[in-house]
Design a protein around this ligand. Structure first.
Ligand SMILES: Nc1ncnc2c1ncn2[C@@H]1O[C@H](COP(=O)(O)OP(=O)(O)OP(=O)(O)O)[C@@H](O)[C@H]1O
Ligand SMILES: [Mg+2]
Length: 393
């Protein structure tokens, strides 16, 4: 079983890349489901089939696709808990409609899309799942959500448990309703599902994140941060796809300049995402959509390989931390013989390496935990750069 998750900055081509991958998987004989949590219609636009909706629909043999409806998913599991949380808020005098808004934590809709995955994995209906996630930064947080909510929930013997004991103490004084058996039961099930989901996502033999990048500074920086966060959360990233690269050789100066700029960005990305495999995809002369074109695009992306493969195992970044120190290890494409220099600017680390044509600069995003820490040492250990941070006294 494989779960392949595509993320990247807005508009980079996540939906079309997910669709191409799903087609290739199906044609490699994997029974595949493609799930998108994008707003309605995006899969319909990509496949040029207007009737793709909230129910799985077969688009080619072996491939079913569906848009997740967060409202439906929420009603399946969370509605009892949500209405209880809302009833507490409204018993405190908060307008009921508003109470629902507040009880619905931020990011909940994405979480419900992920719960759909849990359901599909549990019933073992497919061999391969492709998930088209929204733009990076946020997406990564959602992927970590199950673990986070699961562990907090259990510590407090669950949300309802917490509200329940709170309610018992104060009930004589106020009008806080007690949670029903239904609430306690669905809350336990909800936490179990989150645990299972978190196991799937962090199992490197099942789940891979793939980054979709365009040859520009903004999307490269965004993807670098996603790669760092994924390592931090213990989720494997196995491929980066640089999409929409303009072809070189245009006689028109305007296009030639763009092609040149993008060529430099592709080189920069190669150094920055080392040792992650990187696939380059050109900008086609027309909008990429429809099964035929998506299939051709998959051929360019995967050539003779099966997208089911795990293209890379291992971490670009590793972290060891205790209360006052953090050690971060980064794989780097240079050795002791090279002349290099490491400096920190706020939440970024800059590594400059001298090469025959000048300096190659690699900017590495730092985890939030390093705020309030100082860089004490950076040393090269084989192909890894070990960077030590210490909490400010
Ligand atoms: N290599 C390409 N050549 C030509 N057009 C492309 C290419 N890749 C993507 N496109 C087009 O770019 C547009 C955006 O693609 P897509 O919707 O897949 O991006 P996205 O990352 O999913 O966007 P969003 O962040 O809004 O979900 C679409 O019109 C798509 O057909
Ligand atoms: Mg999309």
């Amino acid at each position: 079983m494989r779960l392949i998750i595509y993320t990247g900055k807005g508009g980079t081509g996540k939906t079309v890349t997910s669709s191409s991958t799903a087609i290739a998987l199906a044609e490699n004989n994997h029974h595949t489901l493609l799930i998108s949590s994008d707003p309605a219609h995006t899969l319909g636009d990509a496949f040029m089939m207007p009737d793709i909706g909230y129910e799985p629909r077969q688009v080619i043999p072996n491939l079913e696709v569906l848009q997740v409806d967060p409202v439906v998913e929420m009603n399946k599991q969370y509605s009892t808990i949500l209405s209880y949380a809302a009833s507490i808020l409204s018993s405190k005098g908060i307008d009921e409609t508003l109470a629902y808004e507040i009880a619905m934590l931020p990011g909940m809709t994405q979480l419900f899309s992920l719960l759909k995955i849990e359901e599909v994995v549990r019933i073992k209906a497919f061999d391969a799942l492709v998930l088209d996630m929204p733009a990076s930064g946020e997406a990564l947080r959602y992927l970590y959500f199950p673990k986070l909510i699961g562990s907090i929930g259990r510590k407090l013997t669950g949300l309802a448990g917490m509200f329940g004991s709170f309610a018992k103490i104060f009930q004589p004084l106020s009008k806080i309703p007690l949670p029903s058996q239904g609430v306690l039961k669905s809350e336990g099930e909800f936490l179990d599902r989150l645990d299972f989901l978190s196991e799937i996502i962090r199992n490197q033999e099942i789940t891979s994140i793939r980054l979709v990048i365009n040859p520009d500074t903004f999307s490269i920086e965004n993807a670098k941060r996603a790669l760092m966060s994924a390592s931090l959360y213990g989720i494997n990233v196995d491929l980066a796809i640089i999409n929409k690269i303009m072809p070189p050789g245009s006689p028109d100066q305007y296009y030639a300049e763009w092609a040149n700029f993008q060529k430099r960005k592709v080189e920069e990305a190669k150094a920055n995402f080392y040792p992650l495999p990187l696939t380059e995809i050109g900008l086609y002369n027309t909008e990429l959509r429809g099964v035929e074109m998506l299939r051709k695009n998959a051929k360019f992306m995967f050539r003779d390989t099966d997208p089911f493969e795990i293209f890379y195992r291992g971490k670009a970044f590793t972290f060891i931390s205790n209360n006052s120190t953090l050690q971060m290890k980064v794989k780097v494409p240079f050795s002791e013989k090279d002349d290099f220099d490491v400096e920190r600017y706020g939440d970024q680390l800059t590594i400059k390496v001298k090469n025959p044509i000048g300096y190659l600069v690699n900017i590495i995003p730092l985890p939030t935990a390093t705020i309030g820490m100082k860089l004490v040492k950076a040393k090269l250990e084989g192909d890894e750069l070990a960077v030590f941070f210490q909490r400010n006294a």
